[in-house]
Ligand binder design. Sequence first.
Ligand code: GTP
Ligand code: MG
Length: 200
Amino acid sequence: MNITTAEFMMSNSDVKKCPKPNKPEFAFIGRSNVGKSSLINMLTKHKNLAKISAKPGKTQLVNHFLINKEWFLVDLPGYGFAKVAKSTRQRFSKLIFNYIESRPNLINLFVLVDSRHEPQAKDTEFMEWLGINGIAFSIIFTKADKLTKRKLSENLKVYEKKMLQSWEEMPPYIVSSSSSEQGKEEILAYIDENMKMAQE
Ligand code: GTP
Ligand code: MG
């Protein structure tokens, strides 16, 4: 797939006010600072579509973008950022869970995980919740340029081992880097394929 147009639609803290679920959508989620905004900008070839910030916790709303006038790309708030007040954090999670449960048009949720880190309970527990609730998801390992190939493959093995403690098989995953554009074609092809399958 080639992204020819990417338009910002709206930011929302209220699930009910989000765009009507009348187009297929793909959402991106992950811990704060995982590289979500950078990835969205890389995929859509925009420098500034999703705000990039070195300061974690900046994206605290559900953001909808209309891609190729055909599907919604959704930037969900980062979860598990410790420096946000607890009440705010709970509001985020409620928003995230409500949102995910309320979108019949959600085809796939990309869960972003920093490829440099060991499996984090926040992420693996979140994915378990997705599994229990029948939400289709895949993992994107971000910032692959920040480690050697060898270290990357070691980390992937560790991650897979951890996942296999609760999953029968490793969920689909893609390795990416917003700086080198690694993974871009693979992610776009994945979206394309899943959109076609959903339409059949
Ligand atoms: P929040 O919106 O705050 O939750 O963060 P986010 O997940 O949107 O992360 P963002 O894209 O803002 O990136 C966080 C920091 O990581 C920024 O300083 C980025 O420049 C950096 N970064 C993101 N992706 C990559 C990558 O693939 N490679 C490298 N080297 N740095 C990256
Ligand atoms: Mg962001």
